[in-house]
Design a binder for this molecule. Structure first.
Ligand code: MOS
Length: 795
């Protein structure tokens, strides 16, 4: 094994983001620029594929060309003879791996048996990795990978969801943290039949892929003593470490996984992906550092938002009172795991209704297991519900917002459980005011400007407010620097900044004095950065550890000579503000200095050694179980439709969000804006198409898989409605991120209806669908999957 050179090692050191000098004291709630901003724009921030070693080898993956069967033979001779090629790994020569599926389970696995990369000759899906070509340079590996040929024993495959709806079944088991739909309340079917106003709609959502800017990559390095350091693109360094530790039987203490910088993930990094296993395999076998980066095409080969068919039936009294909600969903999963997401449950929560029936089923296909993607389940489920609500508002001749307010609920309609906080009504009011909703003429096709039809639509959004468990360590140095650490992640969301801000405020320190270390599996335990839960989780642990530090400082202040706090009886008589310890007044505020203030710098200098504390944050389950914990949004949007071209421009979006206390106004706003952009993308552009003869995704590149670009994004206005939720987290925050996308595609769909009088029921709403009359899917499609007599899915 080669040893890293010192110079390389120095370059290897990760940049520690800290606020720019002079940033000063920043209260939570206020906006402050990203502390990792400079490192990112100057290239100082190193991503998983940017770490180097002098003797590094490069692996390029070869993927299966068939969807199901066995590999009969791999023809490797030509590739092995190509320049620079060192080795080709495949199931015949890989290092020893564990056999049992349970060793491949990770923190976010669904039920079933996880896929084991290069394990044996079985092909489970098209695009599955079947070999790794390792060469001295990336280019040599890439060229040689094109020379690998495979003979397969092909078996018939099924990738067509529509043709397999009759195989729909309930998932075997819901994943931890995901709830199955609650049982029916009332008599939904008879209430539907008896109600005077009804809507009955089917919806289709195609496959979507995450497409973060940074491709998935893993770089395996060795320290001089053989300790393995893996830079991985992941939403949890601890999850990745445990995955490879278990699969290869490497003791966790001989292995560190790091992810200090992640170029977007959106769920694609929740599970350890196959490039991680392959890079480790090659490094173990060749005993050299190895880097494996997936190509953009290969980014379409390990999980996606599942294709989904939904059926929504709503019925109401003539005054708008909802009488029945029936929501059924069928989506795909793989043959080997039961992927689940919460698609239909929202329909039982968002509106008051006595008769609700929800059904959720999956169909196993010869496809990789779908994967959580920003607001999994809600992005599709709330879309269907909110478009159906719009349709109902027209059937009732009622304003869409008035219909929602008419059926507003402050408790979970199913069990009467109260919300921890729910400022959705304020979201509706503030969003509508900002947008100018009261000026809307409800008549479709009533507004035309230039050659375009203008439409206004709105929708509701909801997402879970989650809290997990985590530990944070704090070290306060004699020079006044506070270093907080936890194996948390910052996948581009602003964690570094929000966490530093929370620590700085709690300790009364200027921002530039505080560093938050994350992205390293040797740091104290943190969960995956997922479900928009990181701030509620890690943020609470930060406040917890800072309280301990403050108590320690108080006990030092009591013994320090000439300290104004020598006679202080209780630690809660003091607080830390603007670099000083001060007396706390009865109203909780600080006594204005200098009435007995002690500069922290003096105290720390006198103590002369670092002060260390750690805090383990458990979720506040006792309270959380008694409440529904959720974030809410009201989305209003304007579209302009050119009917001759079928093109839609989203010219204005107002998203009013209630997500508890906002820690950093700047990064939270960016999160919601990003969600809105993705909502535009989901509504108008994104879909991965499968050629079912090959069982293969065909548009696996950014020229044919369209994502929203700058030209698709115009005016986005984000409003944070004040909320403070001490049930979800002790800091009052609920978390933003996923709430940003929920409801956006529905608002756009509803605006297109208002503009054109045409109801498109499948996403993306591409020009062909916007131009053509009908439901937005191919004429033959519905006939295959939906029984025209009953309107139900064929089974
Ligand atoms: Mo999110 S889909 O939990 O990264």
């Amino acid at each position: 094994m080669k040893v890293l050179e010192a110079s390389i090692e120095a370059r290897q050191r990760d940049v520690q983001p800290v606020a720019e000098p002079g940033t000063g004291h920043v209260k939570t709630g206020q906006g402050t620029p990203r502390v990792d901003g400079r490192a990112k724009v100057t290239g100082g921030a190193r991503y998983a594929a940017e770490h180097v070693a002098p003797d590094m080898l490069f692996g390029v993956v070869v993927c299966s060309g068939v969807a199901r069967g066995r590999i009969r033979q791999l023809h490797l001779g030509e590739a092995l003879a190509a320049p620079g090629v060192v080795e080709i790994l495949w199931h015949g020569n890989r290092p020893r791996m564990r056999k049992l599926g349970l060793f491949y389970k990770d923190m976010t696995s669904p039920s079933g048996t996880p896929f084991k990369p290069l394990y044996d000759d079985r092909v489970l899906y098209s695009g599955q990795p079947i070999a790794l070509v390792v060469a001295r340079t990336f280019e040599e590996a890439r060229y040689a990978s094109s020379l690998v040929r495979a003979d397969y024993e092909e078996e018939p495959h099924e990738t067509n969801l529509l043709e397999n709806l009759h195989r729909a079944r309930e998932p075997r088991r819901m994943k931890a943290g995901f709830s199955a739909p609650p049982g029916p309340t009332g008599q939904a079917d008879s209430a539907f039949a008896a109600a005077p106003v009804q809507v009955d709609m089917h919806f289709h959502h195609g496959v979507e892929h995450h497409n973060p800017l940074e491709m998935h990559a893993s770089t395996v390095l060795f320290e001089p003593d053989g300790h393995m350091v893996v830079y991985d693109k992941t939403q949890s360094s601890i999850n990745s470490r445990s995955a490879i530790s278990r699969a290869f039987g490497i003791p966790a203490r001989k292995l560190t996984v790091k992810n200090p910088f992640v170029g977007g993930a959106f769920g694609s990094g929740l599970r350890p992906q196959y490039q991680l296993y392959l890079a480790v395999m090659a490094a173990l076998r060749l005993e050299q550092p190895v880097r494996v980066v997936l190509t953009r095409q290969q980014m379409f080969s390990f999980g996606h938002r599942p294709e989904t068919w939904q059926h929504v039936q709503l019925a109401a009294e003539r005054d708008g009172t909802l009488k029945a909600i029936i929501h059924e969903c069928i989506h795909e999963t793989s043959r080997f795991e039961d992927y689940v997401e919460v698609v239909v449950n929202w329909s039982g929560q968002l509106y008051k209704c006595d008769n609700v029936r929800l059904r959720y089923e999956v169909v196993s296909l010869d496809q990789y297991t779908p994967l959580d993607m920003r607001a999994p389940g809600a992005a599709h489920g709330v879309h269907a519900l909110e478009v159906a609500m719009d349709e109902l508002s027209y059937a009732l001749k009622m304003d869409p917002l008035a219909l929602r307010l008419k059926n507003y609920t402050d408790v979970d309609p199913a069990g009467g459980t109260p919300y921890s906080t729910k400022e959705l009504r304020a979201c509706y009011e503030q969003g509508a005011r900002r947008f100018g909703w009261e000026r809307r003429n409800p008549q479709p096709r009533s507004l035309q400007e230039g050659g375009e039809l203008v439409g206004w639509g709105m929708a509701t959004g909801q997402w879970d407010a989650l809290q997990m468990l985590a530990r944070v360590r704090a070290v306060l140095h004699p020079d006044g620097r506070l270093v907080l650490s936890s194996a948390a992640s910052d996948i581009g969301t602003g964690s570094y900044t929000a966490f530093s801000q929370l620590g700085a405020e709690a300790m009364g320190l200027p921002m530039e004095n505080v560093a938050f270390q994350l992205g390293d599996s040797t740091l104290p335990f943190a969960p995956v950065e997922g479900g928009s839960s990181h701030v509620a989780t890690i943020g609470s642990a930060i406040v917890g550890v800072c309280e301990r530090l403050q108590r320690k400082l108080w006990s030092i202040a009591r013994v320090m000579p000439d300290s104004p706090f020598r006679d202080s009886a209780r630690s809660d008589e003091v607080l830390l503000l603007h670099g000083e310890m001060r007396w706390k007044r009865a109203d909780g505020q600080a006594e204005p200095a200098p009435a007995g203030a002690l500069p922290l710098a003096d105290l720390l200098a006198w103590w002369g050694r670092p002060i260390e504390e750690s805090y383990f944050q458990l979720p506040n389950k006792l309270q959380q179980r008694k409440h529904v914990c959720a974030t809410h949004s009201a989305v209003f949007c304007e579209v302009r439709v050119d009917e001759e071209f079928g093109t839609v421009r989203v010219t204005r979006v107002v998203s009013a969000v209630a997500a508890g206390r906002i820690v950093n106004e700047t990064t939270a706003r960016s999160q919601v804006m990003g969600g809105v952009v993705w909502g535009i993308s989901q509504a108008l552009h994104e879909e991965t198409h499968t050629d079912h003869r090959l069982g293969r995704f065909m548009n696996h590149n950014l020229s044919e898989y369209h994502v929203a670009i700058n030209a698709d994004v115009q005016d986005i206005d984000v409003v944070f409605v004040p909320e403070d939720d001490r049930v979800v987290s002790r800091i009052g925050a609920k978390g933003v991120g996923e709430i940003g996308i929920v409801g956006v595609a529905a608002a756009i769909s509803n605006a297109i209806y208002h503009a054109t009088g045409r109801r498109v029921r499948s996403t993306p709403m591409t020009p062909d669908k916007v131009m053509a009359p009908g439901d937005g899917w191919e004429a033959g499609d519905a006939a295959v999957g939906i029984d025209p007599g009953t309107g139900r899915f064929r089974r």
